[in-house]
Design a protein around this ligand. Structure first.
Ligand code: AMP
Length: 181
């Protein structure tokens, strides 16, 4: 990976714009707040380019973003890769027929849905999210994409919380993280 003009490598440059918020949304959770990164034009562009570059040589038909922070990153990544964008949303938000899956979060419970006709069977799909914690969200999204008959090419996240071992739940996924915390 190349270094920026300020001498810091990509992970350091991204990390410098991500704020740790202790005890949010619950006591004991150290929340990784990406809003300072999004608010910085150079930082946001660097993040989107780096996420897209992980799978730039591959044929990607659709990029999936997970509500809500995943949308912000996945949509520009889809444009960069010349792919379509598909939202995976929390229960009750998508208007047409959906598949759904429920799972446990690092700090609660979640149900995610996708439109049943979001993918053409056989399409090659990239999953994008901000943070990989326990891996439940990416695992649930993988399940939804597969139920639609599409193929998951891989997943890319800005940050992996390594101590939660989310990667262990996704042994068959080509999972990339721009930085590890
Ligand atoms: P998980 O399913 O446990 O991998 O959780 C990942 C999802 O929850 C992602 O969509 C993140 O946005 C969010 N998330 C979980 N833990 C954190 C955290 N410590 N900081 C920021 N976001 C988190």
């Amino acid at each position: 990976m190349s270094s920026g003009g300020n001498g810091a490598g990509l992970p350091e440059r991204l990390a410098s714009h991500i704020r740790d918020v202790p005890d949010y949304p619950k006591p004991g959770i150290l929340f990784k707040d990406i809003t300072p990164l999004l608010a910085d034009p150079a930082g946001f562009a660097t993040a989107v380019d780096a996420l897209a570059n992980e799978f730039a040589g591959e044929q990607v038909d659709k990029v999936v973003g997970i509500e809500a922070r995943g949308f912000i990153l996945a949509a520009p990544v889809a444009l960069r890769l010349g792919a379509g964008f598909v939202p995976v949303r929390k229960a009750g938000k998508l208007p047409s027929a959906t598949y759904e899956v429920s799972y446990a979060l690092e700090y609660g419970e979640e149900t995610l849905q996708v439109h049943q006709d979001a993918f053409t069977p056989g399409e090659r799909v990239l999953i994008v999210d901000d943070v990989l914690a326990t891996g439940g969200t990416v695992a649930a999204t993988l399940d939804l994409v597969r139920r639609c008959g599409a193929t998951v090419l891989g997943a890319v996240v800005l940050m992996e919380l390594e101590f939660l071992h989310g990667r262990d739940r996704l042994p068959e996924v080509d999972l990339r993280a721009l930085l590890i915390a």
